[in-house]
Design a protein around this ligand. Structure first.
Ligand SMILES: N[C@@H](CCC(=O)N[C@@H](CS)C(=O)NCC(=O)O)C(=O)O
Length: 338
């Protein structure tokens, strides 16, 4: 692990960085020696607490990557499981430093809730899950159906829009504690469950008989999911944003947790800058210059995270699709690390 003195030196440099906003999240995290991260309650593949206590998933790995960048240690994270309704107030009040919880980027959340989305870590859309034996083939056949839906989500808003647009009668069964939505659906309290399609795949993987449930083909919204910070702390916003770009650029440049030590000797200038072999990009963020090395060594790149969390080899089994890198025809496009 990195020497504390390096962190303190980087932190002191960040106090004098010209033009840097000093709202203090970085300083608080370093002083506490722990990152407070808000996550979902139990969404396998995204954030899930194992019976032995540790957490895993794509959203959890974003928390861990930020902890590796800032503290040199991905295990220095305290997780707070949050319902959709309480997630924003918990972030606004300062009880968490970062919200990494399948949260959709919208105008109102940006402007009215005074939050900043640091990027998109998963491009998704809303769908419907039904029992296969109902024999449905389209969401347009759900007229008059009872739909299980979580309170305080874009899901709820899109559901109303969709039923209104198609002049269908909606009976919504709303639940605040989101795992209750899946339980109510599995119990048969509603005919369909609606959520982000990744969430539906995740819940289905945890059902007693996953094969008995299908996702209907309609994708009724755009759900760009990503980590969120408070307005007013540009330095912290930058750190989270560039940690995500680093994960993506790691994949684009072929740097993995396995080969990162060899890659330090690479003569590719982007790789050199990412790993802190040349330049001072870490210091410009208020971090040690090996921040990128720490992230890629201890977490791996975005592709590695995706594959082990939600990829086709996992029970959640989501193809890369829109979440492929731009060079592979997807939407994942890291800004230039320079
Ligand atoms: N992306 C949507 C929905 C997010 C959401 O919380 N969905 C529920 C669906 S039931 C969920 O994933 N819950 C999982 C959990 O809290 O563990 C939003 O930002 O409003």
């Amino acid at each position: 692990m990195r020497l504390p003195v390096l962190r303190i030196a980087a932190l002191m440099a960040s106090f004098v960085a010209p033009g840097a906003a000093q709202a203090g999240t970085l300083q608080d995290v370093v002083a506490r020696d722990e990152l407070n991260c808000g996550v979902s309650i139990g969404l396998k593949g995204f954030s899930y607490q194992h019976p032995e206590g540790h957490w895993s998933g794509l959203d959890v790995d974003v928390c861990r990557a930020v902890a590796a960048a800032v503290l040199g240690d991905p295990d220095k994270v305290a997780y707070t499981p949050l319902t959709p309704k309480e997630r924003f107030t918990t972030l606004q009040s300062g009880d968490v430093d970062l919200l990494s919880r399948n949260t959709t980027w919208t105008l109102l959340r940006d402007a009215a809730l005074e939050l900043n989305f640091a990027g998109v870590t998963f491009y998704d859309g809303q769908g419907f899950m039904v029992r296969e034996d109902l024999g449905l083939t389209s969401a347009l056949e759900l007229d008059g159906a009872t739909i299980c839906v979580p309170i305080g989500t874009t899901t709820e808003l899109n559901l109303h829009d969709y039923f209104k647009a198609h002049r269908m009668e909606l009976r919504a069964l709303r639940k605040e504690n989101t795992p209750d939505v899946a339980e109510a659906y599995e119990r048969g309290d509603c005919d369909a469950m609606t959520s982000d399609r990744s969430g539906l795949a995740s819940f289905r993987s945890q059902f007693e008989d996953p094969g008995a449930h299908i996702l209907l083909p309609e994708v009724i919204s755009k759900e760009p999911l990503g980590p969120v910070v408070r307005h007013g702390d540009d330095q912290w916003f930058d750190i989270v944003k560039w940690t995500i770009y680093l994960l993506l650029q790691g994949e684009e440049s072929g740097v993995t947790s396995e080969n990162v030590d060899e890659m330090r000797a690479s003569d590719d200038p982007t790789v050199q800058r990412m790993l802190g072999v040349s330049g001072d990009l870490g210091r410009q963020l208020g971090l040690p210059d090996d921040w990128g090395y720490q992230v890629l060594k201890q977490i791996g790149n975005y592709g590695e995270i995706y594959d082990r969390s939600v990829g086709p080899q996992t029970p959640v089994n989501l193809p890369r699709g829109l979440n492929a890198l731009w060079i592979d025809g997807g939407l994942m496009y890291p800004m230039p690390i320079r």
